[in-house]
Ligand binder design. Structure first.
Ligand code: GLC
Length: 604
């Protein structure tokens, strides 16, 4: 037996205090909410320079914008239920969440049949949705490999497992036959079944005891070598670097040396940044300017199949998430969690087909586009652009809210396009310059209720001087819109931004360790009176926070459901310049609220 090393790394997990009332009623939409590093806020969005990278074999990824994530494994057998009890949280964590004895969990393998597995249909579905790549879990935290590993018998080739001995090869072949790239997820550190694999210091079965370094040497490294050589994946998707130091990560990282064009993410640990940032379940409001990033997100509230999770995002929300992420220059890795017999849940198929119908008409506004020249989210929708080497620039306006008066403002844009049309039907569009920016005059009704694309062609690059951050208006007040919010959730989910313009709101604030942060720019240090439009079905406690300054807030109920009221949150001193204002729940006294605008008024 190997000795077990206690863990020091703490995975970000949500507290068990979920309040389900709002969950099903209000999570109408997706997790389209932001997050930003706590350090200096990023500079305003600037188009990336694709030419600079063109030779590294990774350019396809920077242009792909849309991929399919597949979480498939033995956890799909219990499907979220253990001993007749629904287990909360993401389905692929059931082994840990329910502390299932390993011998019991292993027995599920005899029902992992893959009997209806149709890799050709999966690949065709990804293609139809307009996706450019597929990433599947070769081994998740439960240690179970979807291929026959030479260093473990806990895999599909297990004598009790009725599934074929290799589920990855047929998928890789079909995905590549569709012209898509093929990626593999591998959980290098957390492994709850191989002795010594990290359980983050919380073993629940004596069979987990062991030495983490020995596990990395004898299981993780050889398995990484196996998947690299057998499948030559285009992407290696690490996850949860629990206990990974540089010394531990280095040998695993070095296995990639023979594969210089492989894309890796920032989750190997040990300080290895990889090629991509991986915001999970939220969309950072300004993306990561100049950096490659990929937002991964579930369609309901789980990655691995859970039979009782019916909390599906609408296809409109999914489409708008794709539009939002593209406008920030990132990719959207959208998850499906197949059943143990290999069926992608019908609601996922419906949504992917809906996105596919939209992509058939509008994909040029997504694929190979660059981030919006507008640094802030626009109230009516989003923008992507293509800049040719000649400088000629196409702006794609993703109109989420087709204006009743037909008028769309492109703030601070002074150039005049040489042509303007609706992408879906070629309808001509007029534009007029104004002091506030370019006004686009739309006629008729939206060709698409979710996202209509308007194409503006310019002879040269466009210049936009819009501020990336909320700043005071002429009357001195400062308004923070739901769209300005950076939401900080966890691996288990996040606060959702739902709707746009005046109807936008932050909802699904289920956990007391999730918080909202706004970045703003003030001309002088001063005290501000803070009011907010909230719907609070139950009394709740939170804090206004700026660095070390905290102001306690006691919120009385505003009424049942969505009873909106403008309430006083208190007064807080903020320094001058770029700073932040956070709304932080008080643990133990938190009940979910929904939030619209937050308004700051200078205290004389
Ligand atoms: C988290 C979870 C994991 C899921 C992944 C997807 O790291 O631990 O279950 O696979 O996120 O991004």
């Amino acid at each position: 037996m190997r000795t077990f090393l206690p863990s020091s790394f703490v995975v970000r997990l949500s507290s068990p205090a979920v309040i389900p009332i709002l969950a099903s009623a209000l999570c109408l939409g997706g997790c389209a909410t932001p997050n930003s590093p706590n350090s200096a806020p990023p500079a305003p969005a600037a188009p990336d320079a694709p030419a600079a990278h063109a030779e590294d074999g990774k350019q396809w990824f920077r242009e792909a914008r849309f991929g399919m994530f597949i979480h498939w494994g033995v956890y799909a057998v219990p499907a979220g239920v253990y001993q007749d009890k629904p287990i909360r949280g993401i389905g692929e964590w059931i082994l840990k969440r329910a502390k299932i004895p390993l011998s019991e969990y292993r027995a599920y393998v005899s029902d992992f049949t893959a009997a209806n597995y149709d890799p050709a249909a999966w690949a065709a579905l990804a293609k139809e949705a307009g996706m450019k790549y597929v990433v599947i879990t070769s081994k998740h935290h439960d240690g179970f490999a979807l291929y026959d590993s030479a260093v473990s018998d806990w895999d599909v080739a297990h004598p009790s497992c009725p599934a074929p001995d290799d589920l990855l090869t047929p998928l890789a072949e079909n995905v590549r036959a569709q012209g898509l790239k093929f990626g593999l997820y591998y959980s290098q550190a957390q492994d709850w079944t191989h002795p010594g694999g990290s359980t983050n210091g919380k073993n629940w079965d004596p069979a987990q005891a062991g030495d983490f370094d020995a596990y990395l040497r004898d299981i993780a490294a050889p398995q990484v070598r196996e998947i690299l050589t057998r499948y030559q994946p285009d992407i290696l998707w690490w996850d949860t670097p629990v206990n990974m130091t540089t010394d531990r990560a280095q040998p695993i990282h070095d296995l990639l040396t023979p594969f210089p064009s492989i894309i890796t993410n920032d989750r190997l640990g040990g300080g290895f940044e990889g090629d991509t940032k991986t915001p999970e379940q939220h969309i950072p409001p300004r993306g990561f300017p100049g950096q490659t990033f990929e937002v991964c997100m579930t369609m309901n509230d789980t990655w691995g199949f859970k039979k009782n999770d019916h909390n599906w995002k609408s296809s409109q929300q999914i489409l708008r998430n794709l539009s939002d992420i593209s406008s920030k220059g990132g990719n959207f890795l959208l998850n499906v969690g197949p059943t143990a017999d290999g069926r992608i849940p019908e609601p996922s198929i419906e949504r992917l087909k809906a996105v596919g119908r939209w992509m058939k008409i509008n994909s040029e506004a997504i694929h190979a586009t660059q981030s919006s020249p507008f640094a802030r989210r626009l109230p009516w929708g989003r923008v992507t652009q293509k800049v040719e080497s000649s400088g000629a620039t196409t702006l794609f306006l993703h109109v989420w809210e087709w204006p009743a008066d037909g008028r769309l403002l492109l703030p601070t844009l002074q150039a005049t396009p040489r042509s303007a049309r609706v992408l879906a039907d070629g309808r001509k569009v007029n534009t007029t310059p104004s002091n506030d920016g370019l006004v686009v005059n739309l006629t008729g009704t939206a060709p698409d209720p979710d996202v209509s694309v308007v194409v503006l062609e310019f002879n040269s690059p466009v210049t936009v001087t819009q501020s990336a951050f909320a700043t005071p208006e002429a009357d001195g007040t400062l308004t923070l819109h739901p769209m300005d919010a950076d939401t900080h959730g966890s691996y288990a989910g996040n606060i959702n931004l739902y709707g746009t313009g005046a109807s936008a709101l932050l909802t699904h604030w289920l956990e007391a360790n999730w918080r909202v942060e706004y970045q703003l720019k003030t001309p002088a240090a001063r005290t501000w009176r803070v009011t907010a439009e909230v719907a609070a079905p139950a009394a709740t406690k939170l804090k206004l926070r700026n660095g070390k300054t905290e102001v306690p807030v006691d919120l009385a109920p505003t009424g049942p459901g969505q009873s909106w009221k403008t309430v006083e949150l208190g007064a807080i001193a903020l320094p001058s310049g770029l700073t932040s204002l956070e709304l932080v729940p008080v643990k133990g006294s938190w009940n979910p609220i929904e939030l619209r605008t937050v308004r700051l008024t200078p205290v004389p």
